[in-house]
Design a protein around this ligand. Sequence first.
Ligand code: SAM
Length: 329
Amino acid sequence: MGQILSNLWSWICPKPRNEAPTSYDNQGNYQTFPHDVKQPQTHIINIPDHHFDPILGSGRNEIIESYDNNKLSDPSSSDIVVDLSSGYEDVKRKEKKKKAVIDDGDQVIEEVVVLEKKVTTRISHVSSVKKIGLYNSSQRILLVGEGDFSFSACLAVAFGTCAVNITATSLNSEDFLIKNYTKFITNKTELLTRGSTVIHDVDATKMAKHPILGCLLFDRIIFNFPHTGKFGRNDTDQRTHKNLVRGFMRNAKKMVKEDGEIHITSKSNGFFLEWDIPKIGSDQGLNLIKEVKFTRNKYPGYHTKYGFGGDKDFDCNPSKTYTFTLSLK
Ligand SMILES: C[S@@+](CC[C@H](N)C(=O)[O-])C[C@H]1O[C@@H](n2cnc3c(N)ncnc32)[C@H](O)[C@@H]1O
């Protein structure tokens, strides 16, 4: 009966629309908010660790409280803006600070200063070109007919961390080189640890058809002291050396860049002069643009080796480096 009367009363005198909002607080206590203060709205935003690691630490929920009247209750509150398009490198932090409170009678105006700080991480690569003798680290260099690989290793050491442009090759197999040159393994390691490429069993007279090398172009192609291992002074033996130089040039001109250079260093006395390297070059349509005295001391660690192996160095004085190009520079 009481319930019926109560329902009848509320139908006759309905509850006013502007009754203060009510809710339970976080201890479970029932509370009523005054009319002029709006109930805080709490939004919980789960922010994945990796977006905020650089500035906030990890594993947290951001709780942002906002009031309808948009006034800042906490002057130290901050708003973090992460530009996800640039990931870690572009993070903006907006800090809102209460600068002054001006009492304007019934209105309180809070002036807010927004500070914006942009943190940018710049990664700059400083690259410098390293030089030794006639060569530098920016050139893509192919060496053929290496003995114990001491010449190519010397370039690699001089270029330091920029030796990736070197490709060093030998006619001989790795097994032969290990057995016949004490320093070969050390030299090969110097090359490989600096990112150079080493290839064995490369015939300089057929290299344009080599499965790896054949499709590459180089700024410099170098053959130091070409020699077939024939030591007779007769025409037959001499012809083998000349054929080696000719075959090397015929292949090298297909693998050198338009503005690149082919270098042959050879002894410049005795029967070596009979090979007439400049003539072999011109017969191949190459231009001899330079011939300069070769000085071994300019290449520390370089040991001139006989093709048959052994740790004895041959005397490379006097000798010259002939520089050929595809067209006149
Ligand atoms: C006098 S040694 C010079 C070795 C090395 N370039 C140096 O300066 O110490 C001659 C080299 O020419 C190489 N050679 C001979 N015929 C070759 C060919 N067809 N292709 C590549 N290299 C060859 C030999 O294997 C030998 O190592």
